[in-house]
Design a protein around this ligand. Structure first.
Ligand SMILES: Cc1cc2nc3c(=O)[nH]c(=O)nc-3n(C[C@H](O)[C@H](O)[C@H](O)COP(=O)(O)O)c2cc1C
Length: 363
């Protein structure tokens, strides 16, 4: 456990913000599986927030069940960023994060994201001005620097601390590296010993064991996980078990099947149109088939299907065949725990998801 001011992050495990991935349903799903101490939304542009862009504002929808939750904003204009922070504060998330690590050209061109690591005085003004408008904890997420020759994460970390950030998160790569190479744990350790505020380590955590190693080797206060959650949405629960001295357990096939069907049902019910639903379903199946013995066959099969109903059928058939093959009895829900209906919420474009198939076996 660690604290962001008065907020406890327990277990000290954080869902990384991922554009296009960590939406309401995704966060809810991970929260229901358990083991995650704080979830983060994908980044939202301060321009879009302050100009009232309905589509972007809708992305800020969240339900109480997701809490504790952090909203991440980005931008390069201190005034706009602080105006956006004020709007964020009205939504009353548990924390707000500033993105100073995004290496995407589109964001860098607007001098936001990681570009702020190339202008530390501007980064300082942004942290200071945003902090002034918030009564919830403020965190800042950044990288090692723009490139190998300009690593200034220690300086930026100190700026964040001086300006009142409650914690910082370090993705231990440079912006130039994008996602290549490996994240460097040494540098997370350096940042931890340089600052008094909590440091969250991020980058290339792929297994529950990596979480324990990251905490041990760097002394960081919390571990943020991004991409590995797509291949293994149970990773937080498994890591929390490991940290608590319990043996982590793999998800069963029944859990996998029910999770896929639940997520499919929710996407179908909330997508703006069938094309969007199909696109999301195809993306997701790639994630969830990972680690399944015959997962590739399911992935290939699903890529040819044209309707969400056909997707569902294929998943049910696939798992029935798997279970027959392994001679395992065809199990229904493993536990009687209900997977409750999502709360309705305030998002302007958000349609309340149909609960879809009951999703009882996540916990
Ligand atoms: C598809 C995708 C979208 C991302 N979007 C964001 C984002 O919106 N904000 C952000 O700070 N980082 C974003 N990231 C970076 C992640 O938060 C994280 O720092 C990075 O993936 C390294 O962690 P991992 O190795 O655990 O995935 C994104 C990463 C991916 C793969």
């Amino acid at each position: 456990m660690f604290r962001l001011e008065t907020l406890s992050v327990d277990p000290p495990l954080i869902l990384a913000p991922m554009a296009g991935i960590t939406d309401h349903l995704y966060r809810l799903m991970l929260r229901r599986i358990g083991g995650v101490g704080l979830v983060t939304m994908e980044f939202i542009s301060s321009e879009a927030i302050t100009r009232g862009n309905a589509r972007q504002l809708a992305k800020m929808f969240f339900s109480d069940e997701e809490r504790p939750l952090s909203i991440q904003i980005y931008g390069s204009d201190p005034e706009r960023m602080s105006a956006a922070a004020e709007i964020v504060a009205e939504l009353a998330p548990d924390a707000c994060d500033i993105n100073m690590g995004c290496p995407a050209n589109k964001v860098l061109k607007g001098c936001a994201g990681a570009a702020l690591m190339g202008d530390l005085p501007l980064a300082r003004r942004i942290v200071r001005d945003v902090k002034r408008r918030l009564s919830i904890p403020l965190t800042v997420k950044f990288r090692l620097g723009l490139d190998e020759s300009r690593k200034n994460f220690l300086d930026l970390g100190k700026i964040c601390e001086d300006e009142g950030a409650a914690a910082v998160a370090l993705h231990a790569r440079t912006a130039r590296q994008m996602y290549t190479g490996r994240a460097v744990r040494d540098e997370i350790a350096q940042l931890k010993s340089h600052l008094a505020i909590p440091v969250i380590g991020n980058g290339d955590v792929e297994t529950p064991g990596d979480v324990a190693t990251m905490l041990r080797e760097t002394g960081c206060d919390g571990v943020m996980i991004g991409r590995a959650t797509m291949k293994n949405p149970w990773i937080f629960r498994q890591a929390a078990d490991l940290l608590a001295g319990r043996a982590p357990r793999e998800a069963t096939d029944v859990e996998r099947r029910d999770l896929i069907l639940w997520h499919f049902g929710q996407i179908e019910a909330t997508a703006r149109d069938p094309r969007e639903a199909l696109h999301k379903l195809r993306t997701m199946t790639g994630w969830y088939t990972h680690g399944l013995g015959n997962g590739r066959a399911l992935k290939v099969k699903i890529s040819e299907l044209a309707t969400p109903a056909a997707f569902r059928e294929a998943v049910v058939e696939f798992f029935a065949a798997e279970s027959a093959e392994s001679q395992a009895p065809e199990t229904g829900p493993v536990s009687g725990i209900a997977f409750p209906e999502s709360e309705s919420g305030a998002g302007p474009e958000f349609r309340k998801p149909d609960p879809g198939p009951q999703m009882p076996v996540l916990l």
